[in-house]
Design a protein around this ligand. Sequence first.
Ligand SMILES: Nc1nc2c(ncn2[C@@H]2O[C@H](COP(=O)(O)OP(=O)(O)OP(=O)(O)O)[C@@H](O)[C@H]2O)c(=O)[nH]1
Ligand SMILES: [Mg+2]
Length: 254
Amino acid sequence: MGSMDQPATSMGAKALTVDPEYSVIVPTYNERPNVAVLAWLLHKYLDELVSFEVVFVDDNSPDGTANAIKQLQAVYGTSRIRLVCRPGKLGLGTAYAAGLAASSGRFIILMDADLSHHPKHLPDFIAAQRATDADVVAGTRYRLGGGVAGWNLTRKLTSRGANLLASFLLGARTSDLTGAYRLYRRGALCELLHATTSRGYAFQMEVIVRAQYSRLRITEMPIVFVDRLYGESKLGMGEYVQFVRGLLGLLFGL
Ligand SMILES: Nc1nc2c(ncn2[C@@H]2O[C@H](COP(=O)(O)OP(=O)(O)OP(=O)(O)O)[C@@H](O)[C@H]2O)c(=O)[nH]1
Ligand SMILES: [Mg+2]
């Protein structure tokens, strides 16, 4: 494992292997039914386009997600599919940091494992980063061409309302503050993760607002977000409270 801002390759290994340019970091908690399809789709859309690795960060999921990922390693190879195992559910922010520390790419893609973030959008993320020399390419459900499939009206309104309110209060120029599907330049993500303290939905919001305040170059990319097919949604009262607390923290703390 390397330090967070240095690609994680030992000098000895470097002579033999070439670091992938892109690391796709995928935190998992009880995603056993989803990881094989995700790995297949990532290969389908990235294999001929760029060099990449997938770094799963699993928090000892009770459904045995880690075993399913080990089976994928047998199929695709351990340098293509990497697995970081942590002893228990330690949260998304630290999962990203652990994945980053174990990864080698110059560019980092963060995405969910539940197929809400379809890999078909990644060629557009990569092209947009190259065209605009962006530090962050942020997936957005709320620009023309983006959207949400499978949510009921209440959840749509809640998400849209939370984003509009937060954008207004924080002076954000990006349209989807709570989205988690993004591509980062490695150094930018290191700095942002280091500074970010929020949890839950406020975490993604703090990262993108900090990126704007640090004058990083942000490009938006419309995505269609698809509600998870398998597994339990974690959205509940706790997430709303955490979001409001995070928003207030950003309003008065940044
Ligand atoms: N390693 C790790 N992964 C997590 C943890 N919490 C969530 N995840 C993963 O992070 C991603 C996002 O979590 P989700 O549960 O899909 O959150 P969401 O998309 O906001 O809500 P739903 O899809 O409706 O449940 C998924 O890939 C989860 O498996 C955690 O504590 N540790
Ligand atoms: Mg999800």
